[in-house]
Every structure is written in C-alpha cells, then in structure tokens.
Design a protein around this ligand. Structure first.
Ligand code: G4P
Length: 534
C-alpha cells in the first residue's frame, strides 16, 4: 500500500465504443445524470446537435470549449471517480478516436439491439483488443423490436471473436419488454418507461423458483425466461474475471438508455467489473505501478488552439503513476527538457477547471506551446518511456496540390508539424519524393482541418485531389516495391519515417495481395509504432 493507493482504487477511466446512432450520446448523458454531473436531460444531446447542425466545422472549433470539454467527462458514482473519455464518432471520426483508447483502462461496447455489430464497432473493438482493454457490452434499445438476444450474442462471438457472458437477460422485447433478469444477483428488474432524470427501477428479488417472479411477469414470459436461462446455464461458461481483464471475455448487459432502463444497475456492476488503473509496461519492458511515488504518464491527444493569434494548444495527458500537482516539474523523456506544469486543466461534464492535484487514471489537460508530441512521456524520478501511440492505417487519401509553388518550404514545415501533432499522416511517392505529398486520414474531416490550419497558421493555400484508395498496410520484410507497384489497384509510398506503405483500392484487392504473399517473408501491418524509423 502506498500513500496513493486509496485514491487510485477509486479511479475508473473508460471509453464508450459504438457505431453512430447506437445511443452513445444518450447513454453518456444518462451516466452523467446518474452521476449528478449534469442536471437536465438534453445537455449532452444539445452539444451533439450543435456540432451537427453546422457544416462550418471551423467556426464550431473556434468556440473551443465544445470539443475540449467533451473530450473527458468526469463524474462520481458510488464513491468512484469516473473518467469517461469521449471517442468522437460520426463526421469527426479520426485518429484521435483510436488514440483515446490508449488512455482507457476499460471500454463499454454499446450495440443497438436492432442492428447488432456494425462496421465502426468492429474497428474500435479491434483497437481495444490490440491493447488488451477489457470490454463490457451494453445492448441498447431493448424497448424496440430488436433481434433475438441469442442471435446477437452469436454475432458478437462470430464477428468479433470474443466469447460473451450475459450478466442480465431480457424478458420480452419491444412492446412486450418486461425487464431484465439479473443472473448474477438473482433478481428481476422491471422495465418502466421513464424519459426524464435518473430513476430507480422496481426490483423483484428471487430466483427462478420464486412464485412472485411468475406472477410479476406472466406465465408466458416466465416460461421463455426459464428456457433461456437453462440454455445459458448449460451452454455458457461461468463468468471468469481474469479472462475479462485480459480482454478475452465480455460480460453483457441489456437495457434502454433512452428510457433510463438498465443504466443504474449497469453502472453498479460496471464499477465492480472495470479495473482501477493497473500496472503499465514501458517500452523497455519495465513495470510501473500506479501507486509508485514517482509521477509518470503520456500524452495521447493534442488539441490545437484554433485561434490563429495563439499557437498554444492543449495536450491531453494520462497519468499512469504517482501524483500530479499543479506547478510541479517533470522531465519530457524525448528531449530531456524540464517542464513546469503550471497551466493545467481537469475536465468536468460541462466545464473545465484548474486542477490542483490528480492521480493515476486521471486525465489532465496541459497547456503546451508546441513542445509536446503525441506519445510523449513525462516523469519525475527514474526515467520512464511509455510505448508511443501507434499510427493506424488510414482509409482516406488525397494528393496535396500547392496553390503557390513558392511556398513549398512552408508547406513542408506545416505538414511536418501537423503530422507530428497527429493531425494527419504524410506520405511521399517513391519517385516524386517531396513533390506533391499524399495525406492519409482515418476520417475525412482531418483533411478539412489540415487545409484550414495550413492556411491560417502557415499561410499556405492548398487543395486536394482525392485518390481512389481505401486501405493501407505498412510493410515489414523484403518486398520488391517495383513488383508491387505493377499490380493494379496499388500505390507504394514512404511515410515520414521512411517506412514503406502500400495503398490498396479495395479491401478485396488487399486481401488477395496479402494472400499472394503468404509464403514470402513479408508482413502487412495495420498499425505501427512511431519513432522507430525504418
Ligand atoms: P449516437 O450518439 O450513438 O450517435 O446515438 P444517440 O444517442 O444520438 O442516439 C441515436 C438515436 O437513437 C436517437 O434517436 C436516440 O433517441 C435513439 N436512442 C438512443 N437510445 C435509445 C433507446 O434505448 N431506445 C430507443 N428506442 N431509442 C434510443 P433520434 O431519433 O436520432 O434522435 P432524437 O430525435 O431522439 O434526439
């Protein structure tokens, strides 16, 4: 036990991963309502619609509060300090969405009961899996006529390849939705439609043999429930916490965020399931314990200040060990510089405030004048270097067309800095080298941001030509780039660290080519660690 253990055990730092429209905004809102962090339904929602109502993304960003204060939402539940990390979806889906997961200790995978596993869920799930993040599944919209719950579980297992363990089981669905049976606590939670604030649902304690249960839900629903539970008890393995913590088993909850149903029991279960900050392994393979006396953590996101008169920005810093205190000094591992962390923010649901102290698991916003990069480690005491944050393979590509050819130097400077900051990835053609760089992004909006920032911050006007590629893989091993370049539907490039990357015009094409190389000493990689030059 260290002096910080008690504080650290209270922290739960997590993200919600979902496909657009599954109900993430609604669930976030309900979590904040239950946590007392917002007091009226609709406040998160209003921000979302404000974000969508305008196509002028820049003017929204200029009201900087919006994206910054929704990046991390802090609330308290049953004595736990909950840090909910926002993983932007929809139009603002970008590499930030992936990077944010590096700062999370667990994730809630939110599925729409009607739609099941959707493309964006798959992408985000894969990032969680790569990082071994434990995942709790919440199947939402049970008040609607959805799919058979057993079918949904098989879909999760087949498409995502993770076994599930239902903690609750729905009784009926849509118009006939009666509630959920809590298999872990042997009780039935009755559904009541409630749209407003945070309400408690009626709970009927008792196992299946209890006659009150049958009376409450009616003979038909009772029989169905009994059959389903027998099936689950017989077929499913019991919940295994170790497997869950290793990201190899997902407990499943059913509910309806919109009608407030199942959110409160979910939160109660979640704080026991979701781990407090755990040990972290450094790039050298050392273990850092969260309650160590020495302070350490890493930057996982940088939010540029959109005001062209100020070049400062906010670096989102995840504490991994020790205690943060405003005004403290820490070493920036990459350069060895000593920084004074005097201007720092903590994020509440609706506001940000100056932070005086923070512990492992907390996210602190550090004001930065350009010194910090994504993936940077800060520490006190013994030097620590956390693994950098991977670059994920882009899915959108454009060629940069420079409007004023005399500004090539500024363009290079701008792109170098923006790619360092993680705003976009920059590639060069093997032949044309630094002429007409190619940009790659996970979300299209990243291009608008780059175009605007090049103009306002570097005084360089560019336009983009779209390129017809949808996937990319970095190459490790011996690949004959000329031979690859001759295959139709591919383009070979180098990234800024001189690694070879191949773009493919379709997933089908990519699969085919990877298959052709399966007996050769070549690896096709979807995410690479920056800083390791080829
Ligand atoms: P997102 O952030 O994941 O994109 O989803 P969001 O919460 O905005 O929800 C998408 C739509 O699904 C919204 O409807 C929302 O009201 C609805 N929804 C969320 N949870 C539930 C639920 O438990 N049951 C049902 N039936 N619907 C749910 P909308 O019509 O697009 O927006 P709105 O007009 O309701 O705001």
């Amino acid at each position: 036990m260290s002096q910080y253990s008690e504080e650290i055990q209270k922290r739960r730092t997590f993200a919600i991963i979902s496909h657009p429209d599954a109900g993430k905004t609604t669930l976030t809102e309900k979590l904040l309502l239950y946590g007392g962090a917002v007091h009226t339904a609709g406040s998160v929602k209003a921000r979302k619609s404000a974000r969508h109502a305008t196509s002028d993304w820049m003017s929204m960003e200029q009201e900087r509060g919006i994206s910054i204060s929704t990046s991390v939402m802090h609330f308290v539940w049953a004595g736990c300090e909950m840090n909910l990390l926002d993983t932007p979806g929809h139009n603002d889906f970008s590499e930030d969405t992936y990077r944010t997961l590096a700062a999370a200790d667990s994730a809630i995978m939110l599925l729409d009961a009607v739609k099941g596993v959707e493309p964006q869920t798959i992408k985000l799930f894969q990032v969680c899996r790569m990082r071994g993040i434990p995942i709790v599944t919440f199947i939402n919209k049970m008040d609607r006529e959805g799919r058979d719950p057993l079918e949904l579980l098989s879909e999760i297992e087949e498409v995502l390849g993770i076994p599930t363990s239902p903690a609750t089981w729905p009784v009926g669905q849509g118009k006939n939705f009666v509630g959920v049976y809590d298999r872990w606590h042997k009780r039935l939670m009755k559904f009541e439609r409630a749209d407003g604030g945070s309400n408690r649902v009626p709970v009927i304690d008792g196992d299946l043999d209890d006659p009150t249960l049958k009376n409450e839900i009616g003979a038909r629903a009772y029989e169905d429930l009994r059959d389903a539970l027998e099936l689950l008890d017989g077929a499913g393995a019991p919940f295994d916490r170790e497997a869950f913590l290793a990201g190899k088993l997902s407990p499943v909850f059913f509910g309806s965020a919109l009608t407030n149903f199942g959110v409160e029991p979910f939160l109660d279960a979640f704080i026991h399931l979701a781990p407090a900050p755990r040990n972290r392994i450094t790039a050298d393979g050392d273990t850092v314990t969260p309650d160590s006396d020495d302070f350490s953590g890493f930057v996982f996101k940088i939010q540029a200040n959109m005001d062209p008169r100020h070049r400062d920005r906010i670096a989102f810093f995840r504490l991994c060990s020790g205690r943060f205190e405003r005004g403290m000094q820490a070493v920036l591992g990459r350069t060895g510089a000593k920084l004074t962390l005097s201007k720092s923010l903590m994020f509440m649901a609706q506001e940000r405030s100056n932070v005086e102290e923070a512990y492992a698991g907390d996210i602190v916003g550090l004001w930065d004048s350009g010194q910090l990069h994504i993936g940077d480690t800060l520490f006190t005491g013994k030097p620590v270097a956390y693994e950098g944050i991977p670059r994920f393979s882009p899915e959108h590509f454009v060629r940069v067309v420079l409007r004023d050819p005399l500004k090539r130097k500024q363009l290079k400077k701008g792109l170098d800095e923006l790619s360092e900051e993680g705003a976009v990835q920059v590639f060069y053609d093997l032949e044309r080298m630094e002429r007409d760089p190619i940009l790659g992004a996970v979300g299209r909006l990243q291009f608008d941001v780059v175009q605007n920032r090049l103009e306002t911050e570097y005084n360089v006007r560019v336009t983009f030509d779209s390129l017809p590629y949808q996937h990319a893989r970095w190459i490790e091993g011996e690949l004959d780039a000329d031979e690859m370049a001759r295959r139709s539907g591919t383009l070979c490039l180098r990234d800024i660290e001189n690694r070879l990357i191949v773009l493919f015009s379709s997933e089908w094409m990519m699969r085919r080519i990877i298959d052709d190389y399966k007996d050769k000493p070549v690896e096709f990689i979807a995410a690479v660690q920056p800083g390791r030059k080829a």
